[in-house]
Design a protein around this ligand. Structure first.
Ligand code: VGL
Ligand code: ZN
Length: 240
């Protein structure tokens, strides 16, 4: 017969054992393979502190992305790459201010401060990114009359950037999305990646949002509905 002390001891061990994998240690259960790619979205000076469209805490994604990138043999980065006088800039619409919206032929467009103008320092990738194996940089938003939050499709909903073809050509099946901003370029990229047939993960702590009029909560809801998986960088196994 077990006495009270033995029973409590046994229960204690079981309780601890069942807690251990989740609560006591980070469960790094996702192992990127050769069919996985990390998409690093718009980690550019304009979106970082001091930039013209600075995302709150934007700089905090950089060390998280650098560390996570070690787990990936395939990394693609994007650069928002607008013409001067781009249609998404409030400055070209008289009487309009940044963060207001207008109707364009392809639909509703949020207006922004001038940002990520081709060839400017603001459009450069952060000098603190350290991902030497990155194999492709996709530039987007370079048509003067069309915006492109998504790394796959421009805002007209039909002009392709070529990224889906590239990834499929390289036999990529799963994409992990990180960067700026969660509720615009990250979310639109994730949603289009689902439409293009990829398995999609958004790494929450490797992203930061703009959150204009509820856009962040809406983006997460849209992504959940589309089958985008919301994970943390600690879920990804980075082997030594
Ligand atoms: C972005 C607004 C305008 C982004 C780009 O990278 O999320 N947001 N252009
Ligand atoms: Zn832009």
């Amino acid at each position: 017969m077990l006495d009270r002390r033995q029973i409590l001891a046994a229960l204690g061990t079981t309780a601890l054992a069942s807690l251990a994998p989740t609560a006591l240690f980070a469960a790094a259960t996702i192992k990127p393979d050769d069919t996985s790619a990390l998409l690093v979205i718009d980690v550019q000076n304009c979106f970082l502190p001091g930039g013209s469209l600075a995302v709150k805490e934007g700089e905090q994604v950089v060390p998280v992305i650098n560390k996570m990138a070690k787990a990936f043999s395939n990394v693609v980065m994007t650069q928002d790459w607008h013409t001067p006088g781009h249609v998404s800039f409030a400055s070209v619409h008289s009487g309009k201010k940044p963060f207001e919206t207008i109707e364009l032929p392809y639909g509703k467009q949020v207006l922004w401060p001038d940002h990520c103008v081709q060839g400017t320092d603001g459009a450069s990738l952060s000098k603190d990114l350290s991902i030497p194996q990155a194999e492709l940089i996709i530039r987007k938003g370079f048509h003067k009359d069309v915006d492109s939050y998504s790394a796959f499709l421009e805002a007209d909903g039909k002009t392709s950037t070529g990224l889906a073809g590239y990834l499929k050509g390289r036999k990529i099946k799963r994409v992990f999305v990180a960067g700026l901003a969660t509720d615009f370029c990250v979310a639109w990229t994730a949603l289009d990646a689902r439409k293009a047939g990829f398995e999609v993960y958004v790494v929450e702590d490797a992203c930061r949002g703009i959150d204009n009029q509820g856009s962040l909560a809406k983006a997460w809801a849209d992504m959940a509905k589309a089958g985008v998986k919301r994970i943390q960088s600690a879920d990804i196994a980075v082997s030594a």
